[in-house]
Write a protein that binds this ligand. Structure first.
Ligand code: SAM
Length: 295
C-alpha cells in the first residue's frame, strides 16, 4: 500500500497553487445554472489539522498558506484572496488550524443540484474522508468511493447534464502514475470532450515528470482542445549541503497545474495572482512562475 499521506503536506506551496486554480475554475463553472458534476480522482482525507502531529512533522504549511495569512501580509490579488478566504471559512478567529482539502473546497462551492464524486484508495484516508464528509450532511450530493480514481471516473463520463470538472491529483508515489494520468486524460476526452480537466503534477528531476505537461499539451492540441499550463517554483531543485557535510534533498521545489478546456477567465486571474504567489512563497532566489495557454 502507499506511504504517501497528504496530511504531511497540507497547505504547502503546491496546495496553494492547486487550490487557487481549483477555486478560480469552480467559481467560473458555477456561474451557469446547469448542474455540474465534479470528479475528484484522488481525494485524500478532506480536512487536515495544521496543528496536528502529521502537519507538524514537516510544517510545510508554514511556507505555504501560513505566509499568506500572516499579520503584515500584503493585500492579495483576487484569486489568491479567494483562496485565503476559503481556508479562513474553515477556521474561527485568526489562527489557521484546519486546512480544507480539495473535497471540502469543492463542496463549499457547489450548488444544491451539483454532484461531487470522491475517489480514495488508502484505507486510513478513506475512513477519515468518509467521517469528515458525513458531518457535512450533504446527502446524495457527495459520494465517497473506495475505488481507483483513474478507472472509477469512467462510469461518470459523460455526466447527465454534460457539464463536468475532473480534478486529478495523484501523489505520483509510483512511477506509473504519470502514464495513468495520460491514459485517463486520453480516455476521458473520448468519453466527454467538453469537460474541464485539471491535473496537478510535481516538478522534480525525473523524466516522467518533465514529459507529462508536454504530452498533455500534445494530447489537447491533437484533440483540438484549449489548454492552460501554470507552474510555481519556490526554490532550487539542487541538492544542498548540511552543516555536517551530508547532502540533503531540497523537498518539493515546484509544481504545475495543467488544464484542458480551462475556463476562459482563468488565464487573466492567474496572470494577476501567480507573480504574487511566487513572491510571497519564495524560499530562495530561484522562485518563479510560468503561465502559458493554447488552443
Ligand atoms: N486532492 C487532495 C487535495 O487537494 O486535498 C489531495 C490528494 S493526495 C495528493 C493523493 C491521494 O490519492 C492520497 O490520499 C492517496 O491515498 C490517494 N490515492 C493514491 N492512488 C489512488 C488511486 N489510484 N485512486 C484513488 N486514490 C488514490
Amino acid at each position: 500500500m502507499f506511504s504517501y499521506r497528504h496530511a504531511f503536506h497540507a497547505g504547502n506551496h503546491a496546495d496553494v497553487l492547486k487550490h487557487t486554480v481549483l477555486i478560480a475554475t469552480l467559481q467560473h463553472l458555477t456561474e451557469k445554472d446547469a448542474a455540474l458534476t465534479v470528479l475528484d480522482t484522488h481525494a485524500g482525507a478532506g480536512l487536515y489539522r495544521l496543528d496536528g502531529d502529521y502537519a507538524n512533522t514537516s510544517a510545510e504549511s508554514a511556507d505555504g498558506i501560513a505566509r499568506l495569512v500572516a499579520p503584515g501580509a500584503p493585500a492579495l490579488k483576487p484569486a489568491l484572496q479567494a483562496y485565503v478566504d476559503m481556508v479562513r471559512a474553515f477556521n474561527q478567529g485568526a489562527a489557521t488550524r484546519v486546512y480544507p482539502g480539495s473535497p471540502f473546497i469543492i463542496q463549499r462551492l457547489l450548488r444544491d443540484h451539483d454532484k461531487l464524486k470522491l475517489f480514495e484508495l488508502h484505507p486510513t484516508d478513506l475512513r477519515a474522508l468518509a467521517g469528515n464528509v458525513a458531518q457535512l450532511e450533504a446527502g446524495r450530493q457527495v459520494a465517497v468511493l473506495h475505488e481507483d480514481g483513474f478507472e472509477g471516473i469512467k462510469k461518470f463520463l459523460p455526466p447527465p447534464a454534460r457539464r463536468a470538472l475532473v480534478l486529478c491529483d495523484p501523489s505520483y508515489e509510483m512511477k506509473n502514475d504519470y502514464g495513468k494520468v495520460l491514459d485517463m486524460a486520453a480516455d476521458s476526452l473520448k468519453r466527454f470532450a467538453t469537460g474541464t480537466y485539471a491535473f496537478w503534477y510535481p516538478i522534480i528531476p525525473r523524466p516522467e515528470a518533465h514529459d507529462l505537461p508536454r504530452r498533455l499539451k500534445t494530447l489537447a492540441t491533437k484533440a483540438g482542445k484549449s489548454w492552460l499550463h501554470a507552474t510555481l517554483t519556490v526554490k532550487s531543485s539542487k541538492m544542498t549541503e548540511t552543516a555536517s557535510g551530508d547532502t540533503k534533498r531540497p523537498g518539493l521545489p515546484a509544481s504545475g497545474m495543467f488544464l484542458i478546456n480551462p475556463p476562459f477567465t482563468l488565464k487573466a486571474a492567474l496572470k494577476d495572482a501567480l507573480p504574487q504567489m511566487a513572491e510571497l512563497l519564495a524560499q530562495d532566489r530561484n522562485a518563479t512562475h510560468t503561465l502559458e495557454s493554447g488552443g
